[in-house]
Design a protein around this ligand. Structure first.
Ligand code: PLP
Ligand code: ZN
Length: 414
């Protein structure tokens, strides 16, 4: 990996070689000693330019390979991950009160969430290391994502999910042939059990916070958005936050582009958490250190009481002069309808939480009308049918007669 200088502990600054089996800092341990990939930007600049991207026909996240910590032209999974649509959502913008709003629909990925970007990296690393099994614990989407991406190259998966994971996501896992451990406990307990099993069997570890490479995959959402905006940098990017890896990655994408000379400013970052589980947003609002919280929200993908990547997430918001916001479950359900109706984009609760937060930030004047915003939809609405139905409500029942039809049509104003 000529583009990578070393891995650096975000807690103590210790440097490590990016060797097989290296996940966290020895001195700080796996909870605190999360590693960051430090790149050689001169090398990256020698490999890519705005012109080379314009001529690149690989419409997947791998067009940004020089920005990722994988072997050059090394083995990859087979699914097409990334290059998701970026919509200029004019109707939605007007409804919210913004001049310019882009919606990045990452629910369009092969297993229908942004997690595919991290899983694609995990599979590439597992192939490099000739690992036979990949293990992960997840609130659901990382699980179905790694299961699908690993299945595409015949790698086995053992997946730990909390018992509350939505049926659709668990079904997805089973379809992809994963060995699924449904842990009858919290996400925190689920995470701990997976760590124990990984220790015991030496499986490839795709727990995104601990694995320093997964965030590098997630950052492609931003590099891609920037290219799709013709290298314009928005004033704000808005992401929902659970473990914190996604928002950390989204910020790092812009930081990498900045360091490699593609852009000359950075966006401000808005992190959105569910009110019923917002350890980071609450800590920011109350100007104190974060502490664990209960996991009381329908947005299962961000129901993370003990965020595994708190430091990187907090750093992204702080460094960008950003903000945190919380949204209630009702606001999330409303945002699902609102975004569906005014943009034709269908997010699962965690996928629409960013939009719910954006509405509040615009209403409260934190985000100004003339500021350009990119709001990410991180997962597709069909992943969680129970909550989708909750948000959608029932259709009008029509008697199969002309009178019935007339009666029904008056109800919708015809
Ligand atoms: C995982 C996930 C998030 C949050 O990502 P973190 O890295 O846990 O902060 C948001 N939305 C969806 C749909 C997800 O699957
Ligand atoms: Zn350290």
């Amino acid at each position: 990996m000529k583009n990578v200088k070393y891995l650096e502990c975000i807690n103590c600054g210790a440097q490590y070689k990016p060797e097989k089996g290296r996940y966290t800092c020895d001195k700080c341990g796996p909870a605190l000693g999360i590693l960051d990939v430090i790149y050689d930007y001169d090398y990256i600049k020698s490999k890519v330019s705005k012109e080379s991207f314009a001529n690149n026909k690989d419409y997947s996240m791998w067009r940004y390979e020089p920005f990722m910590a994988v072997e050059e032209n090394g083995p990859k999974g087979k699914l097409r991950v990334g290059w998701s649509p970026l919509y200029k959502a004019d109707v939605l913008a007007k409804e919210i009160g913004l001049d310019t709003l882009y919606v990045k629909d990452d629910g369009i990925n092969p297993t229908s969430s942004l997690k595919d970007r991290a899983s694609a990296i995990a599979v590439a690393k597992a192939l490099e290391e000739k690992a036979e099994v990949i293990c992960c614990s997840s609130t659901g989407n990382a699980a179905s994502s790694i299961a699908g991406n690993a299945a595409s190259v015949g790698i086995k998966t053992v997946i730990f999910v909390p018992g509350r994971a939505p049926q659709g996501k668990v079904a997805q896992l089973k379809i992809f042939g994963a060995n699924v451990m449904s842990v009858q406990g919290s996400y925190e307990e689920t995470f701990k059990l997976s760590a124990e099993a990984i220790d015991k069997f030496g499986w490839y570890n795709r727990n995104a916070a601990i694995n320093p490479y997964c965030v590098e995959g997630k950052k492609t959402v931003s590099i891609e958005t920037c290219e799709q905006m013709n290298w314009e940098v928005p004033d704000w990017i808005v992401f929902s936050v659970g473990d914190g890896c996604t928002i950390a990655g989204a910020y790092k994408g812009y930081l990498d582009l900045y360091n490699a000379g593609f852009i000359d400013k950075l966006p401000r970052v808005a992190g959105i958490q569910a009110e019923g589980c917002a350890p980071l947003a609450h800590a920011w609002a109350e100007k104190r250190a974060w502490k664990p919280e209960e996991e009381n929200t329908i947005a299962d993908s961000i129901a993370v009481g003990v965020p595994r990547n708190a430091v990187k997430a907090i750093r992204a918001v702080e460094a960008s002069n950003g903000v945190w916001e919380t949204v209630t479950d009702d606001e999330i359900l409303d945002a699902m309808r609102f975004m569906g109706k005014h943009a034709g984009v269908f997010g699962e609760p965690a996928g629409a939480a960013g939009m719910a937060g954006l509405r509040k930030l615009v209403a409260s004047g934190v985000i100004k009308k003339n500021e350009t915003v990119v709001c990410a939809v991180t997962g597709n609405g069909l992943k969680d049918v129970v909550n989708a139905i909750k948000a959608a409500g029932e259709p009008i029942k029509v008697e199969p007669t002309s009178e019935g039809l007339e009666k029904a049509l008056t109800q919708i104003g015809y």
